[in-house]
Design a protein around this ligand. Structure first.
Ligand code: IMP
Ligand code: MG
Length: 176
């Protein structure tokens, strides 16, 4: 375990098993469809890579990067890397590492619907339901967690720890 990690919440084995289960649900729900997975950079990369291994559909994936201005009430979202594909009439599945306030996903979902997507669903590895300030729910959730700061498997603190092959709690002395 990394020295800055207080406790492991989900091991690699836990995550792989959960991705298998989510994959089965998605395979069932999208049977006969050709979904486009949209990973939100940078945090979704390890989760998207693991989840895709369990998808048995004619699928594609691409990425988008957004940054939101935390601490403001506005719904401003900065698109730092946009999609290079036309999403009209497509069935989209947004892949995210974690839903916290819900601001990012609410804004991205509305944007993709406004661009003419046929459907937009959300898959998140982690869900901090207690922290929600915007009304948005994921369609598929890996694990629910309490309102605490986690790192690993794509999740960072100050861009660090994304490479850890597990999700853990960051020691308080590392962010205070
Ligand atoms: P939201 O717009 O508040 O839902 O923010 C979601 C984004 O905040 C995620 O994509 C993460 O980048 C970041 N985030 C929220 N909670 C955590 C955490 O516990 N660890 C690392 N990043 C987090
Ligand atoms: Mg993120």
């Amino acid at each position: 375990m990394h020295k800055d990690c207080k406790e492991i919440l989900f091991s690699l084995e836990d995550i792989v098993t959960r991705c298998e289960e989510l994959g089965q649900q998605i395979n069932h729900d999208y049977e006969g469809k050709r979904p486009l997975f949209i990973g939100l950079l940078n945090g979704s990369v390890p989760f998207l890579a693991e989840l895709c291994k369990h998808i048995d559909l004619d699928m594609e994936y691409t990425f988008m990067q957004v940054s939101s201005y935390k601490g403001t009430q506005s719904s401003d979202l900065n698109i730092t890397k946009d999609l290079g594909v036309d999403v009209s009439q497509r069935d989209l599945l947004i892949i995210e590492d974690i839903i916290d306030t819900g601001k990012t996903l609410k804004t991205v979902k509305e944007l993709l619907l406004a661009r003419g997507a046929r459907s937009v669903k959300i898959v998140t590895l982690l869900d901090k339901k207690e922290a929600r300030t915007h009304s948005i729910e994921a369609d598929y959730v890996g694990f629910d967690i309490a309102n605490q700061f986690v790192i690993g498997f794509g999740l960072d603190f100050d861009q660090k720890y994304r490479q850890l092959p597990y999700v853990g709690i960051l020691k308080e002395e590392c962010y205070k």
